[in-house]
Design a protein around this ligand. Structure first.
Ligand SMILES: [Zn+2]
Length: 296
């Protein structure tokens, strides 16, 4: 079961698809979708909003980190999915085939998950062979109002499978954006409202709601990110938080073994800003510790 609501505005206009809960433990976008579902009024709208309140109900109900517990797959790595596949593949297929295919614009909403301290940003796919779709997506990202905008892709063309929900929309030449807002598995009122305001600003930019959009005035475009992964298994310590600026060579934190003995320092490989940090102690070799956005 996938809870979906369709809002058919009284006036003609585009179709915007919105997904929350592709990752079921990312509560801020899910709660923002719940709030929006009460707020959207078709008598005051142009066009149509297809709102997926929770894409991944099995993950949501089981409080499952990143994966759908029915098949242990990450829904945001299996797009466009398969009609006769596993649970995640079927969900991806229904969203691709029944929802994305009907849209003129698309928005997928995420947050930092239960282990992530995340600095809010929006994102869009930038492919050089899709200049019009990429530019439209960029304008949508600006309209969302987040000051940090991550450019995914940034290459000539999409040559691999979509994997990601909004990249499936991009593959179909539908301008698509992501919201990343919320952290540590929390439902913070401030964050939920920030997402609501962002979506309403996007609806105004697309002329689906009356009023002026509230686009970001001084965006920081992030075209490249570096993932810092753990070289060791044990405990992870760091005093830094998301949004902190870091420099190549500085100490980001350290890891210890299970007895508390320090194994290694974590050293920053690039200059940039921490977009995402694993904020809690358990760490396995190869796990992501930081995601650092390159800023000029
Ligand atoms: Zn996510």
């Amino acid at each position: 079961m996938i809870p979906v609501t369709v809002y058919h505005g009284v006036r003609k206009g585009p179709v915007l698809g919105i997904t929350a809960g592709v990752h079921g433990l990312e509560y801020a976008p899910i709660m923002a979708a719940q709030a929006l579902s009460k707020e959207l009024d078709p008598t005051k709208m142009s066009g149509t909003v297809i709102l997926v309140q929770i894409a991944n109900v099995p993950a949501f109900l089981n409080r499952s980190l990143r994966v759908n517990p029915l098949d242990n797959k990450n829904l945001n790595r299996v797009f466009p999915g398969k009609a006769n596949g596993t649970s995640s593949e079927k969900i991806a297929w229904i969203i691709s085939d029944q929802i994305i295919s009907r849209c003129n614009y698309f928005l997928d909403m995420h947050d930092g998950d239960a282990n992530g301290d995340l600095r809010p940003y929006s994102g869009y796919y930038n492919y050089f062979d899709k200049p019009e779709v990429s530019e439209k997506a960029k304008q949508m990202a600006l309209a969302l109002g987040f000051d940090y905008i991550v450019q995914f892709g940034n290459e000539q063309s999409l040559t691999e499978a979509s994997m990601y929900c909004s990249r499936e929309a991009t593959r179909r030449n539908i301008p698509a954006v992501d919201i990343e807002c919320g952290r540590m598995g929390m439902v913070e009122e401030k964050t939920v409202q920030q997402i609501q305001q962002a979506v309403k600003s996007l609806l105004r930019y697309l002329k689906m709601l009356d009023g002026q959009p509230n686009p970001v005035q001084h965006p920081v475009l992030i075209g490249k990110r570096t993932e810092v992964t753990s070289q060791h298994t044990g405990f992870f310590y760091s005093d830094l938080t998301s949004g902190d600026y870091v420099q190549k060579g500085m100490k980001l934190g350290y890891t210890t073994d299970f007895f508390g003995a320090k194994i290694a320092e974590v050293t920053c490989p690039v200059d940039g800003v921490i977009l995402y940090k694993t904020f809690n102690p358990p760490i396995k070799k190869g796990d992501g510790l930081f995601n650092i956005g390159h800023i000029k």
